[in-house]
Design a protein around this ligand. Sequence first.
Ligand code: ZN
Length: 196
Amino acid sequence: MILPIIAYGDTVLRKKATDIDKDYPNLDQLIANMFDTMYNASGVGLAAPQIGLPIRLFVIDATPFADDEDLSEEDKAVLKGLKKVFINAKVINEEGDEWAFNEGCLSIPDIREDIFRHEFVEIEYLDEKFEKHREKFSGLSARVIQHEYDHIEGILFTDKLSSLKKRLIKGKLNNISKGNIKINYRMRFPEIKKSR
Ligand SMILES: [Zn+2]
């Protein structure tokens, strides 16, 4: 089932999300719905706060990035298989040079900006079967995970912009929270309080 994506401006996107346990109601269905919602909006990641739930859960599928011709065959192979569920994730370490990548966010449509992040991230998380993993990711794989991880910490990519850039996009952000944007997927806007 495709759920409405919560737009910029809603307080749920600003909460530090909380851990869940195995008994979380209808978790399998929720995860399936999150993947449906993400694919429908052509996204590569979606975090639970973006569908209105302040819990530590996010899903990713980086397969679309594997089409990037500039990548090595090895990187492409990693990205192609990178469909994962992260529950109760905790970043252990981030390292390596910071590099810029033009990021976007399903909650902030039509805004894309170059964002600097570390090359590597090491993260501990539970998968959909509640099995524990500790893994290190690099490059674009790390990038997708870092962006989604920020969501469960209440952080948006626009927070990382310079104050000048923030001023420049302020009007656009206001329009998003009011629903004054054209989008081709379901969203819910904090200042309208209904879906469309
Ligand atoms: Zn996002």
